[in-house]
Design a protein around this ligand. Structure first.
Ligand code: PEP
Length: 250
């Protein structure tokens, strides 16, 4: 179901005491009435702590990655069942850092999307082009291929249960944001792609988030675009004041 979402990707930041402080800051300043669904993605080790401390708050807990297998000899990996047992109901799948640094391919991400949906965890499926592709005006092609290869095997009903995050790689952690027009143009393109593959109803039900150097100063304008349903926030989600200001930008 399409909704406004603000998700914080903490990446490999925040030990237990820092997690405690950040969550305290967040819950203290978060208004009672929220105009968006709020999600936080702390590191694996702090998911249970986050879930226990957010139980009575309208904040969902998300993992930054999932494994595509049910269980077994996969040393160092975390299964979906383990994540569910500590209250996780969202998972970031295909973040550009996982694609780049850990060589996650479209084929693997397809399995992760499946594993996530099979277990009722909503995937925040990330797509986005690198700078050379943007400069060569190939950004639409890149995003199309990423979406097609990892998600277009789904039925329309299944597709409605995923969230897409458009994150141009050149804007992640660089302080360079896509302009509101660039974000809107890509989000509309993605929605039209979904409509073409499935139908307009399905396309209208999918939340499409923007990610890439969103800050309190630019959130309002980006979130104000008709096809932008919220944001996946990295750096600014590590500061409670900034994250809350971004949430209040709707
Ligand atoms: C991200 O890593 O998903 C992200 C959007 O990071 P930042 O907001 O720091 O650019």
């Amino acid at each position: 179901m399409r909704k406004k979402i603000v998700a914080g990707n903490w990446k490999m930041n925040c030990d237990l005491s820092e997690t405690k402080n950040l969550l305290e800051g967040l819950t203290q300043s978060l208004p009672n009435l929220l105009s968006a669904e709020v999600i936080v993605a702390p590191p694996f080790t702090n998911l249970q702590f986050a879930f226990d401390n957010l139980k009575n708050r309208p904040i969902h807990v998300c993992s930054q990655n999932i494994n595509e297998n049910d269980s077994g000899a996969f040393t160092g990996e975390i299964s979906v069942a383990m994540l569910k047992s500590v209250g996780v109901n969202y998972a970031i799948v295909g973040h550009s850092e996982r694609r780049e640094i850990y060589n996650e391919t479209d084929e693997l991400l397809k399995k992760k999307v499946n594993q996530s949906l099979k277990n009722n965890i909503t995937p925040l499926f990330c797509v986005g082009e690198k700078l050379p592709a943007r400069e060569a005006e190939k950004h639409f092609d890149v995003v199309k291929e990423q979406i097609e290869k990892a998600t277009f095997h789904l039925s329309a009903d299944e597709f409605k249960n995923i969230v897409i995050a458009y994150e141009p790689v050149w804007a992640i952690g660089t302080g360079k944001t896509a302009s509101p027009e660039q974000a809107q143009e890509m989000h509309l393109y993605i929605r039209e792609l979904i409509a073409k593959k499935y139908n307009q109803t399905t396309a209208d039900e999918v939340s499409i988030l923007y990610g890439g150097s969103v800050k309190p100063a630019n959130a309002k304008e980006i979130f104000g675009q008709p096809d932008v349903d919220g944001g996946l926030i990295g750096g600014a989600s590590l500061n409670a004041e900034d994250f809350v200001a971004i949430i209040k930008s709707f």
